[in-house]
Design a protein. Structure first.
Length: 131
């Protein structure tokens, strides 16, 4: 289930949700999980796109924490030859790292540059910083 709304031509808002169930049968689920995703996009001009997103998932195992992820991105396309993407993401998911124990959350910041100097030639480079 979900919806998609476009109140303004360059603005788009989307939501989707899912329900997961596991067990002997559909009617007698042992565990269940619910996830939802929000996505907002704004394109003020043909050369710039701004996006925000939020995702949330309840765990299948009882007692585990809900996981959420927030995202932001910017895409700049000044010409057909060049495109630059800036991305940021933050997750609340706890992970285990050997030697450091449990680490709460994760942040990812990245830049991608795409250059097309000729019709059939594309060169792309990406740099990401994970913390």
């Amino acid at each position: 289930y979900g919806f998609n709304a476009m109140p303004l031509r360059p603005f788009r808002l989307a939501w989707s949700g899912r329900v997961y169930r596991a067990g002997r049968s559909v009617g007698t689920a042992t565990v269940s999980s619910v996830s939802s995703v929000w996505d907002a996009r704004w394109v003020p001009g043909g050369w710039l796109e701004l996006g925000l997103g939020y995702a949330s998932t309840s765990p299948l195992a009882r007692g585990d924490a809900r996981v959420s992820t927030r995202q932001a991105n910017l895409r700049w396309t000044p010409s057909t030859l060049l495109q630059v993407d800036l991305n940021y993401s933050r997750s609340s998911q706890v992970r285990n790292d050997s030697g450091l124990g449990e680490l709460a959350g994760r942040e990812l910041t990245g830049v991608r540059i795409l250059w097309a100097p000729a019709r059939l030639t594309r060169i792309s480079g990406r740099v990401a910083l994970v913390s």
